[in-house]
Design a protein around this ligand. Structure first.
Ligand SMILES: [Zn+2]
Ligand SMILES: [Zn+2]
Ligand SMILES: [Zn+2]
Length: 461
């Protein structure tokens, strides 16, 4: 079997860095042994192929491996660039060592997870890639994709015409609030195959033919006659067929209010043609109103997304219950960011806190549907025990979050402690056989901690 041509780059950092110059079909698992790869771009096709192989793997140590592209020319395929960790024009390890170390240390934070379904595997993988790189998932314009855009790495799993599955996955990531979408473009896609390689054309409403000729309609102001332009032709002049007057100045004597179509197939004349969208990918004739209207977004990992990237879906934060007076986690984050800004600018102190319900799986099981009722009761209790300026959210099916503006952490801690004591009494009398632990936290919202860090502290058990 042929082999990749690999040169180990000597360095004083104790890192195994492979410089690959010749691409042959080979087992890429051997690459997991290295700390980073540098791919030579002289053979651009071979380079892209190996890069794709690595990034579409499901083995963490392969798809997450730092990969740099070595090229002295500037013209790099955007796809190659988007899947790499940078383009370098020198083989000096010094230039990339900091980045390699950073990626490695973020990678070390990831815990091993089991992924049961293919969707979860792809989601975990993408989120881990974004987390280790600290980047957004940014679509690139891609004329080779029938969509017109491709997402680095993600699209590698959906290049067999199953684009709708990819959208289902990204919608799912948005709905679970792992991804925060940001508008990039709006597409109109074939309803059959999700291609955006489409020709829009006017067709005859009678026979459906696209073989149409168009002509201006002329409206003669003086006599109000309206007719197709050829009716007005008289030698080099325009003469009104109704009143026989000569038309001289457009805008003064006459105007051209619209077009009239004539079908060369059935000779039908009409003003409102049908619009059709012909798909070059699957040859479907789509009525335009049936095209799929799809937004293309860039995606940013949310704090829940980061948490899930780190620890997998077991700790997934869910918002199953709709509690009155409670806001969604997304809105909660917006308020939190706002409070952080306020703390920075005005030097005011606000606090954030959490109350986490912790109970054994067996007890949770015993409660069954009663659990939702319990959560709703606690939510009611919290709402009554806090002030109207406090902001409340419920996540992860076990965590109440609170922002208490202009309030010291000590005060918030007291409030939460009182709630905790009362709830424990209440639970002891209403559910004597269930052991529920209530964990409370109150921390300051200063200008120094990001909302991610604050949420991280609040949801950690
Ligand atoms: Zn026709
Ligand atoms: Zn006239
Ligand atoms: Zn199509």
């Amino acid at each position: 079997m042929a082999e990749l041509r690999i040169t180990k780059l000597p360095n004083i950092y104790n890192r195994e860095i492979a410089y690959i110059t010749l691409y042959e079909e080979s087992d890429i698992r051997q690459l997991a042994l290295y700390d980073a790869l540098i791919l030579d771009y002289t053979d651009a096709t071979g380079c892209l192929k190996l890069l794709r192989q690595c990034r579409s793997s499901f083995i963490g140590s392969i798809y997450l491996i730092p990969i740099f592209i070595y090229s002295i020319e500037k013209n790099i395929d955007p796809k190659v660039e988007s899947m790499s960790d940078g383009i370098i024009s020198s083989l000096q390890v010094e230039g990339i060592i900091t980045k390699i170390d950073k990626l490695k240390s973020r990678q070390a934070n990831l815990t091993t997870v089991d992924s049961d379904t293919p969707d979860i595997r792809i989601m975990t993988k993408i989120m881990r890639y974004l987390y280790t790189r600290e980047i957004k998932l940014q679509p690139i314009v891609d004329p080779h994709s029938s969509l017109g855009y491709s997402y680095p790495i993600l699209s590698e799993h959906y290049n067999n015409g199953n684009i709708s599955d990819m959208f289902r996955l990204t919608d799912d990531l948005i709905n679970r609030e792992f991804f925060k979408p940001k508008f990039v473009d709006r597409l109109h896609l074939c309803s059959n195959c999700y291609s955006s390689f489409i020709n829009y054309r006017e067709t005859c409403p009678k026979c459906g033919s696209g073989d149409l000729v168009t002509e201006n309609l002329i409206h003669h102001f003086v006599c109000a006659y309206v007719g197709p332009e050829h009716d007005f032709h008289s030698g080099d002049y325009l003469v009104c067929p109704k009143c026989n007057r000569m038309l001289r100045h457009i805008g003064v004597d006459y105007d051209k209010p619209s077009l009239v179509y004539t079908c060369r197939n059935c000779l039908n004349t009409f003003q409102e043609p049908n619009m059709e969208a012909f798909c070059f990918s699957c040859q479907k004739h789509n009525p335009v109103e049936t095209l799929i209207d799809k937004q293309i977004y860039s995606f940013e990992l949310t704090p829940i997304g980061e948490e899930t990237a780190l620890h997998g879906f077991g700790k997934e934060i869910k918002e199953e219950l709709d509690l009155p007076g409670f806001i969604t986690f997304t809105t909660f984050n917006i308020f939190l960011k706002y409070e952080i800004e306020r703390a920075k600018n005005n030097n005011r102190l606000s606090s954030a806190g959490s109350l986490i319900l912790s109970l054994a799986d067996a007890d949770r099981h015993k409660l069954g549907v009663g659990y939702s009722k319990l959560v709703t009761e606690i939510a009611d209790f919290m709402k009554n025990a806090t002030t109207s300026t406090d902001i409340l959210s419920f996540i992860n099916n076990n965590t109440f979050l609170i922002i208490s503006p202009d309030s010291e952490p000590a005060r918030l801690h007291n409030v939460l402690e009182n709630i905790r004591q009362s709830l424990l009494k209440l639970l002891l009398s209403s559910l004597p056989n269930i052991h529920i632990n209530l964990i409370i936290k109150a921390i300051p919202i200063s200008g120094y901690k990001s909302h991610n860090e604050i949420i991280g502290e609040l949801i950690m058990l």
